[in-house]
Design a protein around this ligand. Structure first.
Ligand code: GN1
Ligand code: MG
Length: 362
């Protein structure tokens, strides 16, 4: 059944009255809508259905976003020269940060960020540099937010050991009878496993510190203004303690891939080194001096680590019969996985160059 958007909006404390809405096709988890009102001097609103199969603790989730956005807003008020925007939660009329409808569906609202755009494929090095700088600033501004203010919205989100365990169990139980189609991918996972487990080992040993990180740094989660200045980081659902490697790696996975995340023509997949270099320089500009030796030494590898963990999740979801990520056709998750695995191979061939670039940018 289609949700009654106008009725849902009526529970939020908005300026003006509801006029119309438009569904926005973004992300693989939540559903998003742009809400237009009759108010001429207001950009309207961004309404989201929160996928509670994935975000089970909605109160914890919204408290996290609230803690992060207030912290950022306070910092930005003192640093006007940063020229950065922060998401603004629009509470409900009863002051709650989300609305639960009669079917138990949960909704939240932000002010719409007007006249901004994102990039699914990064067009040039200036944009990559700006993007890297923005995520670097984001992490540095959050460095002094006490970690105990945040809950883990998705436990073990980038825990490679757990993700591998889940994968092995899915292969064993083979619920959708798809394992026969993925023998090559299973072999690739086996071949990569040992190296991928070096990161959780460094985390356990304390050599890789936990910081407050975004954890879902797809390049299109950075919004740019019309002069291509990176203005705002969105999608704050997974801001929680994590490694800086998670944020750097996922941005490279998405920003420095020459093809789309779900490109069917695998020969188009490659790592764009100039984009990688520009992003790295931008990112390290504000974070470089705070990083430990283990972080620096693993930064280039983190791109492979994150590409692997997300490829593995796409593959696991394919085996499970597509229960987690939104898909548009039956083997969409497998196509996504193959792109990730191909990108890892390209990054392996360039591993030395990628590490040198980090060392030159620090
Ligand atoms: C999901 O929905 P979206 O695109 O923001 C996923 C990320 C993956 C990404 C892959 C909460 O993010 O971890 O990297 O898909 N988010 C969650 O494109 O699982
Ligand atoms: Mg997301």
């Amino acid at each position: 059944m289609k949700p009654d958007i106008k009725e849902i909006v009526s529970h939020f404390n908005i300026e003006g009255t509801f006029k119309e809405f438009e569904k926005i096709d973004t992300g693989h988890i939540n559903d998003s809508y742009r809400i237009m009102t009759n108010s001429t001097n207001h950009p309207g609103y961004f309404l989201q259905w929160i996928n509670t199969n994935i975000f089970k603790d909605v109160i914890g989730l919204m408290n996290n976003i609230s803690a992060v956005t207030s912290h950022l807003a306070e910092k930005l008020a003192k640093n006007a020269n940063l020229n950065f925007k922060v998401l603004e939660i629009i509470p409900c009329k009863d002051e709650k940060k989300y609305f639960r409808d009669e079917n138990g569906h949960c909704w939240r609202m932000y002010t719409f960020i007007d006249q901004m755009h994102g990039y699914d494929v990064v067009e040039n090095t200036k944009i990559a540099f700006e993007g890297g700088k923005a995520f670097g600033i984001f992490i540095s501004l959050l460095a002094d937010l006490p970690a105990d203010r945040l809950t883990e919205t998705i436990p073990d989100f980038h825990n490679m050991e757990k993700r591998l365990e889940t994968f092995v169990n899915s292969v064993k139980s083979n619920p959708a009878d798809r394992v026969k189609e993925i023998q090559e991918e299973i072999a690739f996972v086996k071949q990569q496993t040992e190296q991928m487990l070096t990161i959780p080992a460094l985390i356990k040993s304390g050599k890789l510190p936990m910081r407050i990180t975004h954890n879902d740094t797809k390049f299109n989660n950075i919004l740019f203004d019309n002069t291509n200045h990176a203005m705002c980081i969105v999608d704050l659902d997974t801001v929680m303690p994590g490694s800086v490697l998670f944020d750097f790696g996922d941005a490279i996975r998405t920003g420095a891939n020459t093809a789309a995340e779900d490109e069917k023509e695998l020969s188009k997949v490659d790592v764009n080194l100039p984009i990688y270099e520009a992003y790295t320089r931008g990112f390290l500009k504000n974070t470089g001096s705070a990083l430990t030796e283990a972080e620096i030494n693993n930064l280039a590898f983190s791109a492979r680590f994150m590409t692997f963990i997300i490829g593995l999740r796409f593959l696991t979801d394919f085996i499970d019969g597509d229960t987690y990520f939104r898909t548009a056709y039956p083997d969409h998750n497998l196509v996504r996985c193959r792109v990730q695995f191909r990108l890892i191979e390209a990054m392996e061939r360039n591993a030395e160059k990628m590490h040198e670039i980090v060392m030159h940018s620090i």
